[in-house]
Each structure stands twice: as structure tokens, then as C-alpha cells.
Design a protein around this ligand. Structure first.
Ligand SMILES: [Zn+2]
Ligand SMILES: [Zn+2]
Length: 338
């Protein structure tokens, strides 16, 4: 059941909220923000690469009194397809620049180059975690979906760094790098407003997963640090990329952090009886429905989330991999006696 799409509306003088439908997705819509500038509109995010989303974006921008053809620039909170999906098409009609953080730009180049290996890589990750044959049953169908997805994501034409004042003429928009949900996720601060992308959303805890199994990344550790990083900002209203605007920020930061601490504690508790495979740990974590009722595609997302939590517990010195175990298994680190 998708959320009802809200209307196009002004947030402040010259700053608009433009909802763009995400077809067939329970998230419902992406909230695109439009800054009016003397050089033309600057969009923060855009939408899913689908004709229905493109029509919603074009009509939504028209409702603000502007034209998609006049867009000056596209700022991206992150690389995900419900944010960056239409960047290439917006650039094609307007000549706009496309700006993102380098850590997400790297993911774009990876996605453009490694399509063929996706099926094999996903199967290998699942098997090594301890998934069974039935858990892999719909992979070939998914690979067809993957192969027939729309155009590859557009390469950015500009990069920004943490703390940069980005090119939004007439406004002072500051980039705040908030890695975790994606490695290059960035929020934008302007006049007491925080454009929070997917980093801080009302009601929803954003997915935290691994982008590169081979790296020693700790995305959950990054995410928790990125929540803390926002505590020093003075924010009167949060403009997230999904659901709706809200205030205050601080309690939401605390509840998102608490949510992950609960899950970390649940994993530690699940290992009290001895070592478990990554897949068994994933199945034992608290999800919003019974593990048996979760569709295979979502189980794979759950696995990514579990691995991110396990990595972070390793960093904290609470769990460790069982040496030589296949599939990969984890156990509690014995606490020194005395
Ligand atoms: Zn996202
Ligand atoms: Zn999103």
C-alpha cells in the first residue's frame, strides 16, 4: 500500500517541495526540493527512472512556475535510484550540472561496469552466509529484472566535499557529509532547514548495508557517527526525502540510534547459546514480520543489514568470526576472566 502523494507546496519563499511518485513502491514518492535561483531552478534529488515519475517531476516543477527545461543544477543527497534515477534525463532536457559526493560517484561507476557479475556475486554472498538453495530460488528472475532496468545511472559532472557551500545562487547551502545509508550520503543545511535525504526520516529507519563485501567498511558505525554529527546543527525544520517534513530533529536522532542499539543487543543475545551462521543470525533478528513470511528479495536486504550490524559488533570487540567456518559464522568474544 503506497502512501498518498502530497501536493506541490512552498516550504519557504523560493523553496518548494515537489513530490515525485515512485511507481509500485510502498515508499510512495520522493520529496524533491526546488530552489529558485537567478540562474534557474536547482533540484535536490529527482526520482525513479520511470515515465510516470518523469511526468510527475515535469508537472510538479511547472506547478512552481518553472520549467524542467530551465533547471540549472541537480544536487544529490545520494546515489539511490529513487533520488538519482532521473538525473540523466533532467540533464538531457536542461543541460543542468549533476553534483554528488565522490563516495557515491564511485558507486555510479561501479554500477555502470559490473552488471554481468551481479547474479553470481549475489549468489556467492548468500551462500557464504549460510543461505539454503530455496533462498536462492528467485535469483534468475531478479537478474532479468536487473538487466531490463532503465538506463544506467548518470555520471555526475561535479563533486562536492563535506562543508562545501554548493552552487545555489542567492542561497547559502552547505553540504554535510553523512555516510551510512550510502557511503557518500549528504545532507544540506540552509537557513535553519536541514534537507536530510534518507539519513533521517520520520517513522522509517533507513536501510544500512554493505556496498563492497571485500572492503573493511563499517557502514553502521558511519551511520551512528553521522547521526551524532547533526547534533551540533541548529535546525528548525527537517526536510526529508520521504514521508513528510518534521521537527524537532534531536529526538529523531536519538530514536534512530536506539533502534540500532536494540538490534545490536538482539544479535549479541542470539549468540549466547553458541556460534551461528550469518544467515541464522539474520533470521533471528527482529524484523517487522515473521522471517518465514519475508519474500526472498527482502531477505537479501535483511542479510545486508545483518552483516552491517555484525561488522560493527566486531569493531566494538563483542563478536568475532569463527576461524575457518564455512558458511561464515560468528560467536561472542569471550570476556576475560577477573
Ligand atoms: Zn536511499
Ligand atoms: Zn530514498
Amino acid at each position: 500500500m503506497a502512501l498518498k502523494v502530497p501536493p506541490v507546496e512552498p516550504v519557504r519563499d523560493g523553496l518548494w517541495s515537489v513530490p515525485v511518485v515512485i511507481p509500485d513502491n510502498p515508499l510512495g514518492y520522493t520529496l524533491v526540493y526546488l530552489f529558485e535561483t537567478p540562474s534557474g531552478p536547482v533540484l535536490v534529488d529527482n526520482g525513479w527512472d520511470d515515465p510516470r515519475s518523469m511526468a510527475a517531476l515535469r508537472n510538479g516543477v511547472a506547478e512552481t512556475g518553472h520549467s524542467l527545461d530551465d533547471v540549472y543544477g541537480v544536487l544529490l543527497t545520494h546515489v539511490h535510484p529513487d533520488h538519482h534515477g532521473l538525473s540523466g534525463k533532467v540533464r538531457d532536457v536542461s543541460g543542468a550540472w549533476i553534483a554528488m559526493h565522490p563516495e557515491d560517484a564511485w558507486i555510479v561507476s561501479m554500477r555502470r561496469n559490473t552488471d554481468d557479475g551481479w547474479l553470481l556475486q549475489t549468489a556467492a554472498v548468500m551462500l557464504s552466509a549460510g543461505a539454503g538453495e530455496s533462498d536462492l530460488a528467485d535469483l534468475p528472475d531478479l537478474s532479468v529484472l536487473h538487466a531490463h532496468r532503465p538506463d544506467p545511472p548518470a555520471l555526475p559532472t561535479r563533486l562536492f566535499a563535506d562543508g562545501d557551500i554548493v552552487d545555489v545562487p542567492g542561497w547559502t547551502v552547505r553540504a554535510i557529509w553523512t555516510p551510512g545509508h550510502s557511503p557518500g550520503h549528504t545532507c544540506f543545511a540552509v537557513d535553519g532547514l536541514l534537507l536530510s535525504g534518507d539519513h533521517v526520516l520520520p517513522r522509517i529507519s533507513p536501510h544500512i548495508g554493505l556496498y563492497d563485501e571485500a572492503s573493511d567498511a563499517d557502514p553502521l558505525g558511519d551511520y551512528l557517527a553521522s547521526l551524532d554529527k547533526l547534533r551540533s546543527e541548529s535546525v528548525t525544520e527537517v526536510l526529508p526525502a520521504h514521508v513528510s517534513r518534521f521537527a524537532p530533529l534531536e529526538p529523531r536522532l536519538s530514536s534512530l540510534a536506539a533502534h540500532h542499539e536494540e538490534r545490536l543487543a538482539a544479535i549479541v543475545a542470539s549468540l549466547a547459546g553458541g556460534a551461528l551462521t550469518t544467515w541464522e543470525i539474520t533470521a533471528a533478528m527482529p524484523w517487522n514480520r515473521r522471517w518465514e513470511d519475508i519474500v526472498p528479495f527482502m531477505k537479501r536486504a535483511a542479510l545486508g543489514e545483518a552483516v552491517a550490524h555484525l561488522r560493527h559488533l566486531e569493531r566494538r570487540g563483542l563478536v568475532e568470526r569463527v576461524p575457518g567456518a564455512w558458511p561464515t559464522a560468528y560467536r561472542l568474544v569471550p570476556t576475560p576472566a577477573g
